[in-house]
Design a protein around this ligand. Structure first.
Ligand code: MN
Ligand code: MN
Length: 459
């Protein structure tokens, strides 16, 4: 059943719950602006909830059994949570899978240069962005610089009240006659997304004195030399805090809702279900925005190999047991959907569009051009999920990513479906997806949490 606007169904206790859950989420968003930071936050929370590091369990030669909770971290950028229930091979798992990476500007490996007494960092954008969004916006630098001695320097500059911020300049409107004739994809060129990081020259320095001044600060404050950028992963992200939005405070404007607004309620649902019958699994992966590639993306063997280790620790490892466990699992690919935008109504088909305030949203399929590249979920599975959500009074609806042939997008759903498990995309409606500041509805966030929990308990 498709509910009415869920706000109209809330009593005062529901509203308190929505607000309290939203506050915690905003706090999470403000602390976790990169996949690494989100991974660290989830590990910290997992340990508080009695989850133990799988690496330690393997190193100690310990066994795993029903009731054990473990986490496994993949290169500091992705993680898996597992709460072991009954008969993992026969029943499979209930899996919530989200991604932790978000679009941004990555700093290049050889980034720092000076041009006409201004110092810049060269960038290469990550994920699908409208490049013009990233000019004249306060940016913060987050990430790591790995040093030759094996140590790693963590960087976070631009978030504290007294921190400096960085920015990309844009040509003033007065001189933009030619620029304004360009198409939106060319109005700001990718190689012009260079971040201004300094303008004061180092006294006594003759050549590139502004760059020299920046390098002096990096050396003194962080122990970093110019060559250390070679082994750094630095991300320029919108600086500042997520906020409640609207007179009615019904929305949240923040950076990285895609996909942290699904990752966060998924993780909390895991932590809030300490006793499960069916094994509960939380997958939080990296690199979704660039095709789920690499060792930390969903297409890597990390998930499968971690399951091998788990079955091995349970004393039941065999290829056929692994195959059966995965094939008999169910998954919610917790990822975001395009929220219906009345200002761009012509891009949507209203009857099959995600709407703010209508709760969790299922996408039976994603992809583009005739469902190409999508995981088309099974009707039988959707029926099972409908029944669960209705039983737990969770608001939900279904959508497609805009009108047919208008565009499209993908998630990690199709990758898990390769195991033969039941998979469907299920997340939140987002306005201005992939923009520096995206918006969601607080009610949808709360319904997602309720829905993910119901799934872990009942599926
Ligand atoms: Mn996403
Ligand atoms: Mn995305």
């Amino acid at each position: 059943m498709i509910h009415d606007n869920v706000w109209t169904t809330y009593n005062s206790e529901d509203i308190r719950n929505v607000n309290s859950f939203s506050r915690d989420y905003i706090d999470f968003l403000n602390k976790g602006k990169t996949e690494r930071e989100c991974t660290d936050l989830f590990v910290e929370m997992a340990e508080k909830h009695g989850y133990r590091n799988l690496d330690e369990i393997i190193a100690n030669g310990e066994k795993l059994e029903k009731g054990d909770k473990i986490y496994a971290v993949n290169m500091g950028k992705a993680l898996m949570l597992l709460n072991i229930g009954e008969d993992i091979v026969k029943k499979g798992m209930n899996i919530l899978g989200a991604h932790l990476d978000s679009p941004r500007l990555d700093i290049k490996q050889n980034p720092l240069y000076e041009s006409d007494e201004l110092a810049y960092l060269n960038t290469h954008y990550y994920g699908g962005i409208k490049k013009y969004h990233y000019v004249t916006l306060p940016l913060a630098l987050h990430g790591v610089v790995a040093l030759k001695d094996g140590s790693t320097v963590k960087i976070s500059i631009g978030e504290k009240d007294d921190d400096p911020v960085f920015f990309v300049s844009d040509i003033l409107i007065h001189l933009a006659k030619a620029q304004m004739q360009k198409t939106a994809s060319e109005v700001v060129e990718a190689e012009n997304l260079d971040i201004l990081v300094g303008s004061a020259p180092l006294k006594g320095e003759e050549k590139d004195a502004v760059k020299a001044a920046v390098l002096k600060i990096l050396s003194e404050d962080y122990g970093i030399e110019e060559d250390d950028f070679l082994s750094a992963e630095l991300e320029a992200v919108p600086a500042g805090k997520a906020k409640e939005a609207g007179f009615d405070r019904s929305m949240i404007l923040g950076y990285g809702h895609d996909d942290r607004c699904c990752a966060y309620p998924s993780a909390i649902a895991m932590f809030d279900c300490p006793d499960v019958t069916t094994t509960a699994c939380g997958l939080f992966v990296d690199k979704e925005e660039i095709g789920s590639v690499g060792a930390t993306g969903m297409r890597s063997h990390f998930f499968e190999d971690t399951m091998r280790e788990v079955l091995d620790r349970m004393g039941i490892y065999s290829e056929i047991n692994l195959t059966r466990c995965l094939r008999r699992s169910r998954m919610l690919s917790s990822d975001v959907s395009a929220a219906y935008d009345p200002l761009y109504a012509e891009k949507f088909e209203k009857m099959n569009a995600a709407k703010f305030g209508h709760g969790l949203v299922f996408n039976k399929f994603t992809g583009s051009g005739g469902k190409s590249g999508s995981n088309d979920a099974n009707a039988e599975y959707i029926a099972q999920l409908r029944a669960i959500l209705e039983k737990h009074n969770v608001a939900f609806h279904t959508s497609e990513m805009g009108k047919v042939d208008v565009g499209g997008g993908g998630t990690i759903a199709y990758i898990l479906s390769l195991y033969g498990m039941q998979v469907i995309d299920c997340g939140l409606a987002v306005l201005s997806m992939h923009a520096p500041w995206e918006a969601i509805s607080k009610a949808d966030l709360y319904e997602a949490y309720k829905g993910y929990k119901a799934f872990l308990i009942e599926a």
